[in-house]
Design a protein around this ligand. Structure first.
Ligand code: ATP
Ligand code: MG
Ligand code: MG
Ligand code: MG
Length: 458
């Protein structure tokens, strides 16, 4: 049955409200008082203050729909049907209140009841931690067929000492049409868009102690529930689309991109990357982030440039991203009314940055032309283009391929490595950011070459 994204959010929040949860509005993408995190990356992130006891919540049962940003998934955007850098996570939380049986009952009722999402039971597959027979039996007692219960040794949440516990992940079977691997299951198979993870339920029940085996962890006096479900994946399943990008949470942007570019959308990755990245930019800037050369600002700058690189593959030769902001706002403002107030400034910031980058590209192209000797470009010249003129290596390689020019890629890599070693010595990484942010900030060059492969595929 078709459900719009607005109906999905409402159904979620109303269901948990009827189960005595307090609705907590979405927090900003920029963490407050949390130096360990660059971006809010899950529904639980802004609620940590309640779980660690530093603040007392108004209610021990909370539900939310939280804007989330994950840069660690950036290379999957558009490759899989289901990954974004910006997405919304729906959640329910018990802060020392109900525990496993109730959490699973809520999950089963919300997903399968005709009153709510009405998903057919036979399409659901559930992973569980092998030692967690309680969770397994609970799901089966409610009606999940035993052969849809998949043991998964990785289903254990633990970050050093402190609260930890098993989790159960709910997958939706979208059918053989999406199976790239034959009938095989399931988890961590990034290429497979047949079984998609729609909801993760974490049972925080032990006090982790790195010095003893897991089976000897002590039970926590106050057990917690923390869950997260991807709104875009729910929309994909409930709207029956090929990927998340044809749902009402992306398609309007894709149609607008089609109109602006004059290129017809047939599932190309470029459209998906652009739609994803402009949502990230719009929300992050609206929440007060800026573009700069460090921290969050640097992440956004990379995201904007990446969107432009993909834009060039569908014939954009001048600023275009800012023209998509209106569409993003129209699509999202009913749930995020603040977007309306910030719209003009968001557009201005994006346009300014786009103008700068397109100018860099044009300058770089001129230097590229004058650096070519006898049909080839040395590694050092390629590096100079990248380093001095800010001209992305992908564009150098793209141009070279189109014009039968050889590039000394190995020489480029060597020059880059040398520079990286120099700068690693010069400065140590500040603060302790989540590893996903670190990998993105420390942008290694291999991922640039991945980018190049992607450009080639288009
Ligand atoms: P996956 O294995 O698909 O990468 P995950 O296990 O990393 O997902 P969780 O951290 O468990 O994701 O987040 C909870 C839920 O949020 C997931 O079950 C999924 O529905 C959704 N989700 C997670 N990452 C993304 C993403 N990059 N884009 C869209 N939805 C996501
Ligand atoms: Mg993931
Ligand atoms: Mg997962
Ligand atoms: Mg998960």
């Amino acid at each position: 049955r078709y459900m719009s994204s607005t109906e999905i959010r409402e159904t979620w929040l109303k269901f948990f409200e009827s189960k005595k949860h307090l609705i907590e509005p979405s927090a900003s993408l920029i963490p407050v008082n949390d130096p360990t995190l660059l971006w809010i990356n899950a529904g639980v992130a802004p609620l940590k203050k309640y779980f660690d006891g530093s603040e007392t919540p108004k209610s021990r049962r909370i539900t939310n729909v939280q804007k989330s940003l994950r840069t660690n998934d950036i290379d999957n955007v558009g490759r899989t049907a289901r990954h974004h850098t910006f997405f919304e996570m729906m959640g329910n939380f018990s802060i020392g209140d109900y525990f496993k049986p109730e959490a699973i009952e809520f999950g089963y009722e919300l997903l399968t009841s005709e009153k709510y999402f009405g998903m057919p039971v036979e399409k659901l597959y559930i992973t569980y931690y092998p030692d967690d027979q309680v969770a397994k039996e609970k799901w089966i007692s409610l009606g999940i067929p035993a052969d849809h219960m998949i043991p998964q040794p990785g289903n254990f949440w633990e970050i050093g000492a402190g609260p930890s516990g098993p989790c159960t992940e709910i997958f939706f079977d979208r059918g053989e049409k999406y199976d790239k691997r034959g009938k095989e299951l399931i988890e961590e198979d990034i290429e497979n868009d047949r079984f998609i993870e729609i909801w993760n339920i974490v049972f925080s029940q032990y006090n982790a102690n790195p010095d003893v085996p897991r089976s000897e962890y002590k039970e926590l006096p106050n057990k917690n529930i923390d869950t997260g479900a991807g709104l875009e994946r729910f929309a994909c399943v409930l709207q029956g689309t090929e990927t998340n990008f044809e749902t009402d949470l992306h398609y309007p942007v894709i149609l607008k991109t089609q109109e602006l570019s004059g290129v017809t959308y047939t599932g190309q990755m470029a459209f998906k990357v652009i739609s994803d990245h402009i949502k990230t930019l719009t929300f992050a800037i609206s929440d007060g982030a800026t573009l700069s050369n460090e921290g969050r600002g640097y992440v956004l700058r990379r995201i904007l440039r990446r969107a432009i690189k993909y834009g060039r593959t569908i014939k954009f030769n001048e600023p275009f991203l800012y023209k998509l902001v209106d569409t993003v706002v129209e699509m999202m403002e009913s749930f995020y009314p603040a977007l309306r107030q910030t719209k003009e400034i968001v557009k201005k910031i994006i346009l300014k940055e786009e103008e700068k980058f397109f100018a860099t590209i044009n300058d770089g192209e001129k230097h590229l032309l004058s650096s070519i000797k006898d049909g080839s470009l040395s590694g050092l010249e390629a590096f100079k283009l990248y380093d001095t003129y800010g001209f992305p290596i992908e564009l150098t390689l793209e141009y070279a391929a189109e014009n039968n020019i050889t590039v000394d890629v190995e020489g480029f890599k060597t020059a880059l490595l040398e520079q990286k070693n120099r700068s690693r010595e010069a400065r140590s990484v500040k603060g302790s950011m989540k590893s996903q942010d670190e990998t993105y900030l420390n942008f290694t060059e291999p991922s640039k070459f991945v980018g190049y492969d992607q450009l080639q595929v288009e």
